[in-house]
Ligand binder design. Structure first.
Ligand code: ATP
Ligand code: MG
Length: 332
């Protein structure tokens, strides 16, 4: 079975609709006929400052959410990145294969360091995409299901794989990004030209899966739209309404075109009210299940231990090949 790998950062108390519709929902689908590795990216999380206690809590919350979404620990390896030290070890090798200018071209660093200024950003944030390349290539996956914002990092990953293969010996498979056109970029509800983001969105711009459903409903009802007052999908000129249609369609399976017809001649308020109800219906059972799982920390710990064991078997073998190929003497 082809392998898939992806990760998510424990950088907030809850995943949001962008994470789910853009990425983790595909993880759930792909686990059926693939060999899946899904990890919680705590090494990535500390590229910006984290409170240690909160980070630990969020890591377990992330595990609970993945299981509540439908990731099945019996099918998928669910693990914490720092439990598999090969991620950091392989990242070092790739650090030495990446050009400084090449790393500089990564736009996510530019975006994420813009606020505090580049000088205040950590070197870890700068080399984040290189660690990400290591995360992926360790498992030699066929597909990497992610959101559109990760496309550039996936290209770097492929470049590094190819570089390693041609400099040393064919070691890595070039992984394909698995990015859905419809939901690859879910927008912020208040700033619909930006992506919904755990760390950058304002509270009213982001629908958190674990929010009180009433709060999420209110956020949908106050989403930014436009003054045309026609329900029509056009991300260029109507990013707010188009985003609502995207979410609506993704949650119900109705096509965007069918929704345009259904809401022809009606007000944005109708669309928002209906979508708010759909969202409440969707998040309520998810939230209950997550909270239930969080009550049983020993189960979560056991799932993560099993996931790390499965992951390490693969990761160790890859790193052994890499160390040998770059010319390191085998350890005694
Ligand atoms: P942060 O702001 O801390 O980077 P994030 O919201 O971007 O958090 P990540 O943990 O970095 O979340 O990303 C997890 C997955 O969710 C990735 O595959 C990413 O591409 C995807 N993703 C994140 N935001 C969106 C979005 N708005 N639309 C679609 N996919 C998204
Ligand atoms: Mg991100």
């Amino acid at each position: 079975r082809p392998r898939v790998l992806s990760g998510i950062q424990p950088t907030s108390d809850s995943f949001h609709f962008g994470n789910y519709l853009g990425a983790t929902r595909q993880w759930v689908d792909l686990q059926r006929d693939h060999q899946p590795f899904f990890f919680i990216a705590d090494l990535h999380a500390i590229t910006v400052e984290q409170d240690p206690k909160v980070l630990r809590e969020r890591t377990l919350r992330a595990a609970a959410q993945l299981i509540a979404m439908g990731i099945d620990p019996a099918r998928s390896a669910i693990f914490v990145q720092s439990h598999v030290p090969e991620h950091a070890q392989l990242a070092w090798v790739f650090n030495c294969l990446t050009g400084f200018g090449e790393a500089r071209r990564m736009t996510q660093f530019k975006d994420k360091s813009a606020k505090g200024g580049e000088g205040a950003a950590s070197v870890g944030l700068f080399t984040y995409p290189i660690l990400q390349a290591a995360d992926i290539l360790l498992y030699r996956p066929h597909y990497v299901p992610v959101g559109e914002d990760q496309r550039q990092h996936l290209e770097l990953t492929r470049d590094l794989a190819q570089r390693f293969n041609s400099r040393y010996k064919k070691t890595f498979r070039l992984p394909e990004p698995y990015i859905l056109k419809a939901t690859g970029k879910i927008a912020d509800l208040q700033d619909p030209t930006s992506k919904m983001s755990k760390s950058a969105s304002s509270p009213s711009g982001i629908i958190e899966m674990l929010d009180d459903p009433k709060v999420s409903a209110k956020k949908i009802r106050s989403a930014v739209t436009d003054s045309e007052a026609v329900v029509r999908f056009d991300p260029e000129t109507k990013p707010g309404v188009s985003n609502l249609l995207t979410i609506y369609s993704a949650l119900t399976g109705e096509s965007v075109q069918a929704l345009e017809e259904q809401y022809a001649g009606r007000m944005y308020g109708d669309l928002k009210k209906d979508l708010a109800e759909i969202v409440v219906g969707f998040v309520t059972p998810f939230r209950d299940r997550t909270l239930e799982l969080l009550d049983d920390q020993s189960y979560l710990t056991q799932v993560l231990a099993q996931g790390a064991a499965t992951a390490r078997e693969v990761a160790e073998a890859t790193l052994r090949d890499v160390y040998q190929r770059v010319g390191f003497v085998a350890p005694p």
